[in-house]
Design a protein around this ligand. Structure first.
Ligand SMILES: Nc1nc2c(c(=O)[nH]1)N[C@H]1C(S)=C(S)[C@@H](COP(=O)(O)O)O[C@H]1N2
Ligand SMILES: [Mo]
Length: 304
């Protein structure tokens, strides 16, 4: 069990209000996927110590008000509009090369997985970065539930495309719905994390609530938000940004300071909030977890 020791960034009572007034602390944490159904109250639980932040946490107010979510708008100021995306009921379709294609309710899914908190660095391809406490469960657990067939080589994540709630969908320039994907061995990697919470609360719609993915070794555009469908394919999918501009955005999109974007350097990154510029690290500093995935893929465009 985790040691009960409070740190500066941990959930404070003020942070869980006012939602806690409605749901109660236990209900709130459960809704965020922080608390397993049978689990003990993790009020002072430490985040998973395997994943070291290495820098200060980004202030919650920046992480939740400066967002890329093109279904709403191309600007970063979409957090108010995003409140229109209803977070329940929410279902996820499991499709393609799986033992039994089906649709599963998010709350049903949450009963079948073990949840935890992880602090991850996030590096956008546009060079801004943040460090936040996500809560959720490993994608590996979801793979076990989905039961992909042996022929499945890739996993595809599809975001919600709710025309009533998302005005950006009217822009015909983009190949909606937003889809992203991983090779199946990347998906099985311990770092690949399904997110249901942020700063100890349900992940808000602007950050991809109620279910998004976090892939901290890749540029941020790989981490699809508000996921409604997960499919398994034999062929590598054409993904949103690659389809739009393959000269600038690829399928693999692993972070690498030495490989420039065609229009800017990736050597450094700007921390959201403080504005501090810091050096970017290969695989965003997660090479110990993921570098091995690419040993046999040296011929691919791994870093764009
Ligand atoms: N569906 C969808 N997912 C998305 C995006 C998007 O526009 N639509 N933007 C991506 C990009 S470019 C980044 S950097 C992250 C931003 O996540 P955040 O708002 O939680 O920081 O979401 C990614 N996931
Ligand atoms: Mo991004």
């Amino acid at each position: 069990m985790h040691i009960l020791r409070r740190r500066g960034w941990e959930i404070s009572e003020s942070r869980v209000t006012p939602e806690s007034a409605m749901l109660g602390r236990r209900g709130l944490l459960k809704a965020a996927g922080v608390l397993s159904v049978a689990g003990a109250l993790p009020a002072l639980a430490e985040p998973n110590a395997k994943f070291v932040a290495g820098r200060a946490l980004t202030d919650e107010k920046y992480a939740t008000t400066y967002n890329n979510f093109y279904e709403f708008d191309e600007t970063k100021s979409i957090w108010k509009e995003a409140q229109a995306l209803k977070q329940r009921p929410w279902t996820i379709e499991l499709a393609g090369l799986v033992k039994q294609p089906r649709t599963i309710g998010l709350d049903d899914l949450l009963k079948q997985v073990q949840t935890e908190e992880r602090i991850y660095r996030h590096r956008c391809v546009e060079t801004w970065a943040m460090t936040v406490p996500w809560s959720g469960f490993s994608l590996a657990q979801l793979l076990a539930i989905a039961e992909p067939l042996g022929s499945a080589k890739y996993v595809v994540f599809q975001s919600a495309a709710d025309k009533a709630a998302m005005p950006g969908l009217r822009s015909p320039y983009y190949p909606w719905p937003y889809t992203e994907g991983l090779a199946i061995d990347e998906a099985a990697n311990d770092l690949a994390f399904m997110v249901t919470g942020l700063y100890g609360k349900p992940v808000p719609p602007q950050n991809g609530g109620p279910l998004r993915i976090a892939l901290p070794w890749k540029y941020g555009f790989k981490s699809a938000k508000s996921i409604v469908k997960i499919s398994f394919t034999e062929k590598r999918p054409e993904t949103f940004w690659e389809g739009l501009n393959p000269g600038e955005y690829g399928f693999w999109a692993n972070v690498n300071p030495a490989v420039s974007h065609p229009r800017w350097s990736q050597a450094r990154e700007k921390l959201l909030g403080s504005g501090e510029m810091v050096p970017t690290q290969i695989y965003n500093g997660y090479g110990d977890f993921v570098a091995g995935l690419y040993e046999g893929r040296k011929g691919e465009k791994l870093f764009m």
